[in-house]
Ligand binder design. Structure first.
Ligand SMILES: Nc1ncnc2c1ncn2[C@@H]1O[C@H](COP(=O)(O)OP(=O)(O)OP(=O)(O)O)[C@@H](O)[C@H]1O
Ligand SMILES: [Mg+2]
Length: 254
């Protein structure tokens, strides 16, 4: 939780099963406003499913999900997006044939709340805002390049910029550094550290070097439940966590 202790997102005893298989099994999770929470766990622990439940892609079988004081577990995906939860998916949704600048313009106009759109940007993201975003994600020099010419890492940063353009209070990211070079992963850690406090972030990640560079509190999932929570030091010395990772090559190699 954040220092001021204000809980923004709470999952209370949330479960979901797929054809009898319980992927998330009574998950409890509380994330404070402005927090950068890492969510780790061995393959199949239910991390992606947990993000699917939060953003409404999957409906919980039981339990409650509260965001900013209201129940969101019965809402549709677009209503949850409108309530201020953004999700970065693994497969980029950028338009490859358009430039970074054009993608950012379109990303802004995709904004879920038409009214917010009008109020905040006068209907179109102004160039200052667009350039600020490009700068934030390290794409200033690539604004006029076609998205097709971006590296894998740059494409991921553009995707992140498109989410930031919608200014969600909470952003969910599933393995944002997957497939990145070491250098790109380092830059992504810097970006996340800059976003810290401005948005609440829940980051699912296997790369423990990256987790170390960004983590405050780490939540560990195993078999659909919260297994442990704490600092990197705390969770990596936790016998239950070590046990959970046995057979997957250890905590750094899940
Ligand atoms: N739609 C679905 N239908 C059936 N089973 C599913 C479905 N989605 C997920 N599962 C199962 O639920 C379990 C949890 O999957 P999930 O993808 O959430 O794990 P994860 O922690 O994200 O794993 P990884 O680290 O490999 O990405 C897995 O056993 C998976 O096979
Ligand atoms: Mg996953």
């Amino acid at each position: 939780m954040s220092d001021d202790g204000e809980i923004q997102l709470a999952l209370n005893d949330v479960s979901v099963s797929f054809g009898g298989f319980v992927a998330v099994a009574g998950l409890d999770l509380a994330v404070g406003k402005g927090e950068l929470r890492c969510l780790i766990g061995p393959n199949g622990a239910g991390k992606t499913t947990a993000l699917d439940l939060i953003c409404g892609k999957t409906q919980a079988t039981s339990g409650e999900i509260r965001f900013e004081g209201r129940s969101i577990d019965k809402l549709k995906e677009y209503e949850i997006a409108r309530a201020g939860i953004g999700r970065k998916f693994q497969v980029p949704s950028v338009f490859r044939e358009l430039t970074v600048r054009e993608n950012l313009h379109i990303g802004q106009s995709r904004q879920t709340g038409v009214l917010a759109n009008l109020v905040r940007f006068g209907g179109s993201m102004d160039d200052d805002e667009l350039e600020r975003l490009a700068e934030l994600v390290g794409l200033s020099d690539a604004l006029d390049s076609a998205a097709a010419h971006l590296s894998h890492g740059q494409t991921q940063w553009l995707e992140i910029a498109l989410i930031l353009a919608q200014d969600p209070a909470l952003i969910l990211m599933d393995e944002p550094t997957a497939g990145m070079t070491g250098q790109e992963t380092g830059k992504t850690a810097e970006l996340f550290n800059r976003l810290r406090g401005q948005h609440t972030l829940i980051v699912v990640e296997h790369d423990m070097g990256f987790v170390r560079d960004i983590a405050e509190t780490i939540s560990v999932m195993h078999q659909g439940k919260l297994l442990a929570e704490g600092s990197l030091k705390e969770i990596s010395s936790d016998p239950q966590v070590r046990e959970a990772y046995l057979g997957s090559g250890g905590i750094g190699h899940a």
